[in-house]
Every structure is written in C-alpha cells, then in structure tokens.
Design a protein around this ligand. Sequence first.
Ligand code: SF4
Length: 319
Amino acid sequence: MSAALLEVRGLTRHFRVRDGFRQHRTAVAVDGIDLALRAGEAYGLVGESGSGKSTVARMILRLLSPTAGTMVFRGQDITALQGEALMRLRENIQIVFQDPHASLNPRKTIFFSVAEPLVIHRGLRGTALQNRVEEVLEIVGLSGNFLYRYPHELSGGQKQRVCIARAVALDPKLLVLDEPTSALDVSVQAQVLEFLRDLKARLDLTYLFISHDLSVVRHLCDRVGVMYLGRIVEEGAVAKVFSAPDHPYTQSLLSAVPLPQAKQPAGRIVLSGDVPSPMAVPSGCAFHPRCPRKIGAVCETERPSLDSRPQGRRVACHL
Ligand code: SF4
C-alpha cells in the first residue's frame, strides 16, 4: 500500500448555469483539488450533498471532462484520453452507483447485465462468456440460479451484488463506489459493506468510496478526504481524523454522528445557515460564513491552502 495508483492535481470543474432569460453564471462544482490514491487502499471522500464528491468521481471515470487540472492513472496522463485508449482505461476503472434498481435494465436478465461489458471489451462469446459470468456471480456470492432471473425477482442487496459483479467482471484496478449502500435497507447495508471489505482483499482492488455517511467510511476506509464546496478541507488516516478532527467543518460533521471509541467534541456543533451556492462561493475560506471558530479577517480574505501536518494529515485552515 504505497505507490500512487491515481494522482489528481488541481482538478477543477465549472458548470455554466442559466440564470434568468439570457444570463449565464458559473457554478464551481470542484475547485482545484489534489488527491493521490495509493494502490490497495480504500479512500473515502465525504461531504454534504453538493460538495462536489460525485463530480470528482465522474471526472476520474472520464464521464465528465475537467475544466482544469490533470489526472494520472498508473503513470499515464488520462486527462484527455480518447478512443481506444479511453476504452482500455474504462476496463481498469469501474463504478458502482448508489441505486441498483436504476442501474440494471429491468427487461434484461442478470446474465445479460453481467455479460455486456465482457462482450464489448473482451469480445467473449459462447462457453467462455457463460463461464466468466458464472465465475463473477460466484465471486459476489450469487449462484448460477440467478443467471436467467430478472432484476424485479431480486432483493435490493442481491441487485447491488449483480452491479458489483458487472463492475469487477473486467478485473479493474480501481473501483469507484458512489454511495453503494445508501439506497439499501439498513439490515442489508452492513452485509454489503462486509462483503465489499472482503472483495477488496480477494481481488486486490483499490476503492474510492464516495459517501455522506461518516460511520460507513469509518467502517470501510483507510484514509478519508473531507470536501466542502468543491475543496478538500481535511485529509488523513481514518483512525486519526475520526479520533481528533482538526478542521472545524470535520469537527461539526463528526459531532453529529455517534461513533464508538471516537473522541468527539463535547456536544453537538450546529452550524448556522445553509451551504452557500456553488455559484457564489464565499471569498477566503469558503467555510467562513458558518465557521464557529473563525479567527478574523484573514478567514474572509485569504484562502487557506491544504497544508501537510504530522502523521500524513492535510488541513486547510488558518487556525
Ligand atoms: Fe474557520 Fe478560518 Fe479555519 Fe476557515 S480558515 S475553517 S473560517 S478558522
């Protein structure tokens, strides 16, 4: 768990948003983030809705083009890959979406859903295809009895396992998991998380785990990056960040979650106001209008850089 599998530098994404009849404004969804995923780790990217974490995932998957910045995967610059090279990249970086019901075609059998990427990327047919589909279904704990069933015949947890089977069918190196348990019943969530932990070890995968749920990240991830309004404000080993968060935003998030064995701030820190619009990101530290520990004008005018601190942590705060 050392070499960087994926390195992202200055990754930025702006959207042009229509505001009124003629005017367009710019929404800053992701604002110059630096990120390095080590081979074999599970990295959790957390933040409230609208913090930009899913946009980061979609850029890494090249489903969206960055406005600025670079992405290097296994030593290759993937920022502007096209054609065949982009197809090869997609074999190595796969995604599991939040909602398994929406991810599977209700008119197609489980066999078809899992076989599709194998036909498109590997050209498998006949017995070889059948064998590989059965093999990946077995990896995710589903027997061959599921092959010719339709999604409506499966439970939520089983459907998510089929989505995971489809994602690992091509032997990817990096799996992006975008809130993979939040659409499932609470009783099934723990099983799927435990299964994901085993799967990572068995297939030697690296995870980018997108979530708003800190307790889930704590259970599954090695490191965590906390996003606020398109920027990473704190990063470090899960055990360190969760036991002693440095950034006031991380402190407020953690104060709202009951976590066993975590040293949490005394009492709940309730933030004032709502998350500002990405079309009007505050100057200086973007968190300053809501920060309970704001130290003065410097917070309003100077953007804090994400500085390295002891024990491999990075924090963006003037404190
Ligand atoms: Fe709060 Fe200032 Fe730190 Fe921002 S830089 S989190 S406003 S103390």
